[in-house]
Design a binder for this molecule. Structure first.
Ligand code: ASP
Length: 450
């Protein structure tokens, strides 16, 4: 069986919803569909989730929220009228109205419960529509199905292990198409918890893993994932196949195809993930797999991301001091700062980290501790972008680093950090933030336009 997930642009209006239903019904192995909230109908439109966030924020600020709520209800009305299923509207309207007016003393819980309604109402509407057209479909309630989540220390929603066993029971539902709302689950106390934005991808991945699906189809609005951000390069090379490891490396450097946390459940269970286009279902899409069957090119993709900084620590004869690195890293871990890379010289170590976690307060504490406890010189630089060249086929092939470095040097881009692990799956370059997009373009031209 196949688990399908449809993003907001695939459900933005009645016409798109009809397309989605046709896609699901055209393959009887597609037994589960996970839906997002209706997205933008035009470039300047507002997603239902954003409208719901505005409702919750208005209420929390003590302002009137009715106007915003009307806009949300209006979106469902428009869809239901065009699909000729107006009978579903009183139920949707009641739910939205009562959730928006519910207790809001805990603002985080209130915001989560309002936000989740975009997906919830969409799933109810789609199931109703399928039934109205003579198909056997059923809305699945995440609470009743046991999709349990909790918050970790950082407030991030994490999946409780028992969720997988609970969802596996959906296998017993025979001859019915299951319509599951994405983006949220419940705590053991039955309170709604949402994932971070784009989290319906995670719901689909959990369901595919729990049901041991043959494939997790993630339907969006592009034919393929591209080898480079299409906003940077015209008609970039399409990726037909990529491994989970390659995808992970590219996502790290800013590739935003799927929610980052959506990869793990399917990866752990070896389930292939197929990215497809709702507006062009005949395109085969991009396959994310554990093991590649073919290579279209030596390099799979190139990505760049800004927002890094470096802490460079130097001390004469550092390399002779046993335990130095451990003591240095402990200072960062005491401050709960995670480290991304550690390029080093004989008497210097550079710690590369994400700026967003390295607040000015943390920076002051860490710099002081390194100076006082380790007796080192410290300098911090806040201007670093990471550019990654990723491709499993690069392993054992000679000369890619030379080509990449000389293309960057010919373009006048200074390389501040260079890193390649022994697995040879990726090469990393650290450049000034102002050069990030330019470096990606230069590398793409060199490595893809051979
Ligand atoms: N509707 C949510 C969002 O806009 C979740 C999703 O679409 O995956 O982020």
């Amino acid at each position: 069986m196949k688990v399908t997930k449809f993003g907001g642009s695939s459900l933005a209006n009645a016409f798109q919803i009809q397309k989605v239903c046709n896609i699901v019904l055209s393959d009887e192995d597609r037994k589960v569909m996970v839906v997002s909230a209706p997205g933008k109908r035009t470039k300047d439109d507002i997603k239902v989730t954003d409208l719901l966030i505005a409702v919750a924020k208005a209420r929390l600020a003590g302002n009137s929220y009715e106007e915003e709520l009307k806009k949300v209800i209006g979106r469902y009305e428009e869809i239901a009228e065009e699909l000729d299923v107006k009978q579903v509207l009183p139920d949707i309207e009641n739910r939205l109205t009562s959730i928006a007016a519910a207790d809001y003393t805990d603002d985080v819980k209130y915001l989560d419960s309002v936000k989740a309604m975009g997906e919830d109402c969409c799933a109810r509407l789609v199931a109703y529509y399928l039934n109205s057209t003579g198909h056997n479909a059923k809305y699945c309630n995440p609470e009743e199905c046991g999709l349990y989540l909790k918050h970790d220390e950082a407030g991030k929603a994490v999946i409780l292990d028992e969720t997988y066993d609970n969802l596996a029971k959906l296998k017993d539902e025979k001859d019915v198409l299951l319509v599951f709302p994405g983006f949220y689950g419940v705590s053991k106390e039955k309170e709604i918890i949402t994932f971070s934005r784009g989290g319906s991808d995670i719901t689909g991945s959990i369901l595919a893993a729990a049901l041991n699906a043959e494939v997790y189809e993630n339907w969006t609005d592009v034919d393929n994932v591209f080898a480079v951000n299409p906003n940077l390069v015209k008609n970039p090379f399409p990726i037909t196949e990529i491994t989970y490891d390659e995808m992970r490396e590219l996502s790290y450097a800013g590739f935003s195809v799927l929610h980052e946390e959506a990869i793990y459940p399917v990866f752990k269970n070896g389930i292939p993930l197929n990215i497809r286009n709702t507006n062009n279902p005949s395109a085969k899409g991009t396959w994310i797999v554990s093991k590649r069957t073919h290579y279209d090119s030596l390099v799979t993709g190139i990505a760049g991301d800004k927002g890094f900084c470096t802490v460079t620590v130097s001390k004469y004869m550092m390399n002779r001091q046993v335990g130095f690195l451990a003591a240095l890293l402990k200072i960062f871990s005491d401050e709960a700062i995670s480290i991304d890379h550690i390029p080093s010289g004989i008497d210097t170590v550079t710690i590369v980290l994400r700026k967003k976690y390295f607040t000015p307060e943390k920076e002051a504490i860490i710099v002081d501790r390194i100076k006082n406890e380790l007796g080192c010189k410290v300098s911090v630089d806040h201007d670093l972008a990471i550019v990654m060249i990723v491709g499993e086929a690069m392993a054992n092939s000679v000369g890619i680093m030379a080509r990449a470095a000389s293309a960057l040097s010919n373009a006048g881009i200074n390389l501040r950090i260079v890193n390649q692990g022994a697995s040879e799956i990726s090469m990393m370059f650290g450049v000034s933030e102002s050069y990030c997009s330019y470096a990606v373009r230069v590398l793409y031209k060199e490595l893809f336009r051979y």
